[in-house]
Design a protein around this ligand. Sequence first.
Ligand code: SAH
Ligand code: SF4
Ligand code: F3S
Length: 452
Amino acid sequence: MTAQARNTRKLHILTHGCQMNVYDSARMADLLRPIGYETVEAPEGADMVILNTCHIRERAEEKVFSQLGRWRKLKEEQGGRMMIAVTGCVAQAEGEVLAKRAPFVDLVVGPQAYHRLPELIAAAHRKTGTVIDTDFPAEQKFDFLPDDAAPQGVVSFLSIQEGCDKFCSFCVVPYTRGAESSRPAASVVAEARRMVAGGAREIALLGQNVNAYHGEGPDGKIWGLARLVAELSDIAGLERIRYTTSHPNDMEDALIAAHGTNPKLMPFLHLPVQSGSDKILRAMNRKHDAAKFHRIVERLKAARPDIALSSDFIVGHPGETDEDFAATMKLVKETGFALAYSFKYSPRPGTPAAGLPQIEEAVKDARLYELQAELRRQQYAFNDSKLGQTLPVLFTGPGRHANQQAARSGYMQPVVVEHSTDLTGQICEVEIIQSNPNSLLGRLVDKEKRAA
Ligand code: SAH
Ligand code: SF4
Ligand code: F3S
């Protein structure tokens, strides 16, 4: 056995929540690799397990404690050798509670302190009991990323902005992720270049409010998202750019215009609106009304007529009447969404709406059912509308069955193409010959004729 192999420790990371957590998990693995941790698929036999958690709804939090219960058993079976760390938004919000309720957890680390992981692990080795770090340090965790990040593949995610200052009545994010902050543009561009060199063809820029991006540019000026996207689209080999999640109030003119002029910007935008009732939007502290949302959608469609939208909705926010819910249904029907996520309002400790009189569960259930039926109908109709069309798709890897390749349309639809040779990383024109609820079946039109 070589010294290298003897020193290798096994690291298992389980990620809940949003794409930003997925990105952070990959960065934690990058940080721990130089000190001897190699990632493994299963927790059995691991020296260290990390649960990267989400606090957005009550269910997400319950999942954390049941997962920790399973790992506790595993730790006992391994003679207590396995180090358990909890990171992410539950770690931030519930650090002390977590340490009390699950004292077998060795390490609790908030989302802004990941760059300190190596020293925290060393501290946890020295100490019995839980080591907690839920600081919001002055230094940015992104400044400490190693340059040799493991490639993510054809579609890569890149966090450019973190935190939120908007304080919607229902939401924990401003408390768990802290104040809004943006990475300097040069650091984002350098990471994007590395990703493209490692095989990325599509990059999704991530942020809790990604279009509030206001990073320092190399010219010393503050760059907005439109300026950053323009810079990124100069990277040769990067074919597709997306950004998520956006807030309607930060859809600046230049960004809307970019959808019409920048062919690398995909014709698909996730723009959460939450409700169609102005009264509820006010109660939610969203600071926009339904009319403003409609105006933004109209302007986006004027800039890019084939743009499709996705959104998030909450039903049963405190104060929501049948009339308010009807306004949400009206907004959905008038707008038309290619995809949407909808949730029952879940009271979160420490947020303003949690202290208000709550809507009955059965009412929330009925509203969610009705909303989801409409959103599903719209999703299927959107997929059907692509039948017979020829679309550029990006091949991401082999399909589930032999002779199949997996691809994605510009609208995030999974597309399956019958083809025997690997086309990973290529963008080709494909004719859509079948539409399924969650995917499309396509036929390669001309492999030689690549789409831009
Ligand atoms: N920054 C994004 C959303 C982040 S959270 C935005 O401003 O829209 C992702 C989604 O979770 C939200 O859009 C919202 O629909 C949902 N969500 C957040 N808090 C929730 C809560 N307390 N109950 C139910 N859904 C919630
Ligand atoms: Fe949460 Fe609102 Fe901030 Fe989005 S804008 S992260 S919903 S507080
Ligand atoms: Fe969840 Fe935190 Fe993301 S609460 S949705 S993991 S920002």
